[in-house]
Design a protein. Structure first.
Length: 104
């Protein structure tokens, strides 16, 4: 597993209730919270997270216009693709997870 993805998974697994296991929906690896898939990896530098519409709006997040996986995702979707290319990006993804978990 590439370095940044491995770093992200390790940090997420330190959060109580989160675990990395095979996706039931997307194939590959996913992050589960209380037995519910709340994120899955598209590749080694992109994760699709169910942040909730409220969190996406509050954080001012936008779906990538050049998305290869979800080209036509509805603006009202609870899911958003997040890319991470540096360690500080990994920390931001972890912060978003923590914020999103407060909504569950």
């Amino acid at each position: 597993m590439p370095k940044l993805r491995s770093e992200l998974v390790k940090k997420l697994e330190r959060i109580p209730g989160l675990e990395d296991r095979p996706s039931k929906v997307a194939g590959g690896s996913a992050i589960f919270y209380r037995d519910k898939e709340i994120a899955h990896f598209h590749n080694d530098n992109e994760i699709d997270i169910r942040l909730t519409k409220k969190v996406i709006r509050k954080e001012g997040l936008n779906h990538p216009t050049d998305s290869k996986i979800h080209k036509h995702r509805a603006p009202s979707s609870e899911w958003i693709e997040i890319r991470f290319r540096k360690s500080k990006d990994v920390d931001e993804v972890v912060r978003l997870f923590k914020f999103a978990l407060e909504q569950y």
